[in-house]
Design a protein around this ligand. Structure first.
Ligand code: F0G
Length: 464
């Protein structure tokens, strides 16, 4: 190629205005929301990086597919199209559509977990952990050591610690009904998992007769990192790589709101007939008949197209580059981030950036509030508000204090990112004036969604 600029591989057909607010308005909005960004009205946000989940722009082919949606209750054509696409990519036998990823997790937990069980994972996402814990089982995070250090450079920081996995399986395999690997490792910084790691984990699992499941929300992004970083994969297509990843697994849960490129949807896929029978019964109980599982026929059509688009090389190259571009600017400015940048988000290391705020005062939460106050940017804390409570209700500081800036798919352009760089540069310059937070009220499960907080010293930033 003669030219090097990686462009957005699409043109824009429909636009949605975003609204500017004043700092005063944002200050008021924060107070009304109990200093919880989840409780803001989205129209008060200028650039919304709360999540990459369900927030992407669909393509014209997806919208066209929606008109083909077959809304039959049972046996809809759209289901078979969806099933065929997912089977083709995953190679798994039973495909159960669900309304989103956590429904697949809940159904699986209900059918395979019992009190006292242990589920190892590189790092559980919050809903996965909550579903496992609500079954009375233990969600065990065992990423490799580099995965716990934000600034350690490693091409596959999402890898699961194989020694730790072997130890659990040797000591307790009868208590381990399944092993998970999350690709990419969202709570660990959006970091990819190598093919070698998935293969080795699957060999271990097979030796102990324990099924391996992928939490596959960002399988296409993971495939891209394998293609570009792992020796021997450069000449394989993302689809071939994805197929190989899934070939090592006996099942998968998927939030298709990510690499399904759609606004809603998910699936549970598995090989085992008995497990599938139980899961289908659970699906009928709470999601819907197995050929729609809580989705409309048009959603299934959008997903069938979306899975294909997520594996497109031009798209994946642009996707990885747009996240990497922000990462590079932040590193140049001295903002501590999880390095190298992951596939869907930049994670700021708030423990380091705000090292004057103790973990008990939630530095990452405070930083996310300041990004909104100063720039109208919404991010999400992945730290001790999200993960700082044990199932028994006691506080436990999280491993890392991160602020995640997640990129919706195909939504923002480079000038939005340049604006973000400016906001971050400013917030970095006033970091020493940022103060910690305390929780005023919160539920015991998934508390970050609804907790109300207040600044410890009465104000979030010294001097207002
Ligand atoms: N697993 C992972 C790795 C996830 O990132 C998510 C969702 C889920 C499971 C649950 O899927 O939301 O469809 O029920 N992550 C979103 C996020 C919410 O912002 O990272 P869901």
């Amino acid at each position: 190629m003669k030219f090097n600029t990686i462009i957005e591989p699409f043109r824009i057909k429909a636009v949605e205005p975003i609204r500017r607010t004043t700092r005063e308005e944002r200050k008021r909005a924060l107070e009304e929301a109990g200093f919880n960004l989840f409780l803001l009205r989205a129209e008060d946000v200028l650039i919304d990086l709360l999540t990459d989940s369900g927030t992407g722009a669909m393509s014209s082919a997806q919208w066209a597919g929606m008109m083909r949606g077959d809304e039959s209750y049972a046996g809809a054509r759209s289901f078979y199209r969806f099933e065929e696409t997912v089977q083709e990519i995953t190679g798994l036998k039973h495909i159960l559509p669900t309304h989103q990823g956590r429904a697949a997790e809940r159904i699986l937990a209900r059918c395979v977990l019992k009190e006292g069980d242990i589920v190892p994972n590189n790092t559980h996402f919050d809903t996965t952990r909550a579903n496992i814990e609500s079954a009375g089982a233990t969600a065990l995070d065992i990423p490799i050591a580099e995965g716990r250090k934000p600034d350690s450079l490693h091409p596959f920081k999402g890898n699961i610690d194989l020694d730790a996995l072997e130890r659990v399986l040797c000591e307790d395999s009868e208590r381990v009904p399944l092993v998970f690997i999350t690709v990419t490792n969202n709570s660990g910084g959006g970091q990819p998992v190598s093919m070698a790691n998935i293969r080795a984990a699957s060999e271990l699992c097979r030796a102990f007769d324990v099924p391996l499941f992928l939490d596959a929300c960002r399988f296409a992004e993971n495939a891209w990192f394998i293609k570009t970083r792992e020796e021997g994969y450069a000449d394989y297509s993302p689809r071939e790589i994805a197929r190989e990843m899934f070939a090592y697994a006996q099942g998968a849960t998927m939030s298709a709101k990510k690499d399904g490129m759609s606004n809603i949807g998910g699936f549970l896929a598995l090989d085992d007939d008995d497990m599938a029978r139980c899961c289908k019964n659970e699906l009928i109980l709470t999601e819907g008949f197995p050929t729609y599982g809580g989705l409309a026929g048009y959603d299934l059509e959008a997903l069938a197209v979306g899975f294909e688009e997520a594996l497109d090389e031009d798209y994946l190259r642009y996707r990885a580059r747009s996240v990497g571009y922000l990462g590079d600017r932040l590193v140049e400015m001295g903002v501590p981030i999880v390095r190298p940048p992951g596939g869907h988000a930049i994670y700021i290391d708030a423990k380091q950036m705000l090292n004057h705020i103790p973990q008990s005062e939630y530095p990452a939460w405070a930083l996310s509030l300041v990004l909104y106050l100063e720039g109208g940017v919404r991010s999400v804390e992945i730290g001790s508000v999200m993960f700082g409570m044990s199932p028994d209700g006691t506080e436990r500081p999280a491993e890392m204090e991160l602020v995640r800036l997640a990129f919706p798919r195909r939504v923002y352009t480079q000038s939005h990112v340049d604006y973000l760089v400016e906001v971050l540069e400013y917030v970095h310059s006033i970091r020493e004036k940022i103060r910690g937070m305390r929780i005023v009220e919160a539920p015991t499960v998934l508390r970050h969604f609804s907790a109300r907080l207040e600044p410890v010293g009465g104000t979030l930033i010294d001097g207002g």
